[in-house]
Ligand binder design. Structure first.
Ligand code: SF4
Ligand code: SF4
Length: 154
């Protein structure tokens, strides 16, 4: 089991992130980018697909039996450079999709993201967002379910 991922989730929760709420009303992201970077600083090591890995410096990646991830420095992604993503155009899917999540086919957003606004409806199609389970490759289903319960707890 990937304890690093579990520790990352718990730390993110303590920092106010991964407080996921169903996106049942008009919601949009107005990202504060380098004035914020709360996600890149606190969500740690994003998962990387094999295709994505080909476009990222191998020295920035770590491989486990379960999958490939960007290395982190503490809870911060190692590709964050002076407050900016150093591979912005090639960033992994999870980074592009944040703060949206697909939990059991239902759209959620992270209430901890300061860029969330409710003045306009710009919710993505949930079918375009990868399932929550993809963030936890190789982890027992029961553990992923517990993480899901924790992250959606009100
Ligand atoms: S936490 Fe939200 S507002 Fe801040 S950089 Fe990430 S996506 Fe943008
Ligand atoms: S790859 Fe870029 S966007 Fe993704 S967490 Fe790292 S710095 Fe942030």
């Amino acid at each position: 089991m990937n304890l690093t991922l579990i520790r990352a989730v718990l730390k993110a929760r303590r920092k106010g992130l991964l407080h996921l709420s169903p996106a049942t009303e008009a919601t949009r992201l107005d990202c504060l980018a380098d004035a914020c970077v709360k996600c890149c600083l606190n969500l740690g090591a994003p998962r990387v697909s094999e295709d994505e890995a080909l476009r990222i410096d191998p020295a920035a990646l770590t491989r486990t039996k379960a999958g490939c991830f960007v290395k982190s420095k503490g809870t911060a992604c190692c590709l964050l450079d002076a407050g900016l993503c150093s591979i912005y155009a090639r960033r992994p899917r999870g980074c592009i999709e944040y703060p949206w999540y697909n939990i059991g086919g239902r759209l959620y957003y992270d209430q901890g993201c300061p860029g969330i606004k409710h003045d306009r409806d710009e919710r993505p199609n949930v079918a375009d967002i990868q399932p929550f389970e993809h963030f936890f490759p190789g982890m027992p289903r029961v553990v992923v379910r517990l993480i899901r319960v924790l992250c959606t707890r009100r």
